[in-house]
Design a protein around this ligand. Structure first.
Ligand SMILES: [Zn+2]
Length: 335
């Protein structure tokens, strides 16, 4: 069975030192300090060490083969978004990353699909780069769960979503810039608690802000099975019903209606949780995801799904069909 991993991250091996180039800010750059490894530096601060499978396309294809997975949907690492920088500088950086993805996809069309990054802090520049992403052969974009602490329902983001719908570009929403991060640095809590909450924040903002209501053809996938959204849906709906004066102020439609309109990936690390997710959004809306090559991801690329007793049709939806539909790609491209 063809397997497509809808959620993986990649970087170019070499990047300019953006802080030096632009003369300010703690942009990320890579220090290749020893063979097969690099340090991601944020300004002069060490951020994390990454391995060669973060940038080496051939090595990645080999590693994926051991997990019977042919196709990787690749996007940058959220820390690269740089929405905080001057818009023109984020545009330059985005172009650099997007061009790298375009070259990768051109070289390995059967193994890679690219999702670009945009200067979301500037609506006009974001749409300009989105349009260019489409032209250079990318099939969608990845954006953050918030943009400099602003939620995705803000009107200034709406024209970008509208352009995505019009250009038929898929959107992946990835948690980053986690709420409360500074107050919970211990125990990896920004990743374990903040990230799922961030994604729920993004789903709720888009539902209650009426984005899905106004753009029924917009195709959005939320990372990590939608974060805590589906697992707190009962509470969210109850809140919508008991305090419409607080919740239903921009969109009077029950949030339940949008289940099945957007996609979520399969990264739950837990079969009963995944079964619950499928019961809520349907198997056609659950894409195989891994978060490769990072340790918090499902680095066996859906082995727990393969080994589960889920019906073959459900597995096929998760491994192939859901992602093909989200990205509007024909299966034959990968055969
Ligand atoms: Zn990720």
């Amino acid at each position: 069975m063809l397997k497509i991993d809808s959620h993986t991250h990649i970087l170019p091996k070499k990047m300019p030192n953006w802080s030096e180039k632009f003369g300010y800010g703690d942009f990320i750059y890579l220090q290749h300090h020893k063979r097969g490894f690099a340090k991601m530096m944020r300004g002069n601060q060490f951020f994390r060490e990454i391995e060669e499978n973060c940038w080496n396309a051939d090595l990645r294809i080999d590693e994926y083969e051991t997990h019977h997975t042919k196709v990787q949907v690749v996007c940058t690492i959220p820390v690269m978004f740089s929405y905080w920088a001057k818009p023109m500088d984020t545009l330059s950086l985005s172009k650099y990353l997007n061009d790298h993805l375009a070259r990768l996809v051109e070289k390995y069309p059967k193994n890679y699909v690219g999702l670009g990054t945009l200067p979301m802090q500037d609506t006009e520049l974001a749409i300009q780069e989105l349009t260019r992403c489409k032209k250079i052969g990318l099939h969608g974009i990845q954006i953050g769960s918030n943009i400099n602490d602003e939620n995705l329902n803000e009107e200034r983001f709406f024209p970008i979503f509208e352009a995505c719908e019009k250009l038929s570009m898929a959107v992946m929403v990835h948690p980053w810039n986690m709420m409360g991060e500074k107050n919970m640095t211990r125990y990896w809590l920004p990743w374990l608690v903040g990230m799922p909450a961030e994604t729920a924040r993004a789903v709720c903002s888009m539902i209650f802000g009426g984005v899905f209501e106004r753009l029924p053809k917009l195709r959005v996938m939320f990372a990590h099975a939608g974060g805590s959204f589906l697992f707190t849906l009962g509470r969210i709906r109850h809140g919508f019903e008991c305090r419409p004066d607080l919740v239903a102020i921009d969109n009077p439609v029950d949030p339940e209606k949008y289940l099945g309109q957007f996609w979520v990936d399969s990264i739950t690390h837990d079969l009963p949780m995944l079964e619950y997710v499928i019961s809520k959004v349907g198997s056609k809306r659950v894409t195989l995801g891994s978060d490769y090559p990072f340790p918090l991801g499902d680095l066996q690329i859906g082995k727990f799904i393969e080994e589960s007793g889920l019906p073959k049709k459900t597995k096929e939806d998760i491994f192939v069909n859901a992602t093909l539909e989200w990205l509007q790609l024909p299966k034959k491209r990968f055969q």
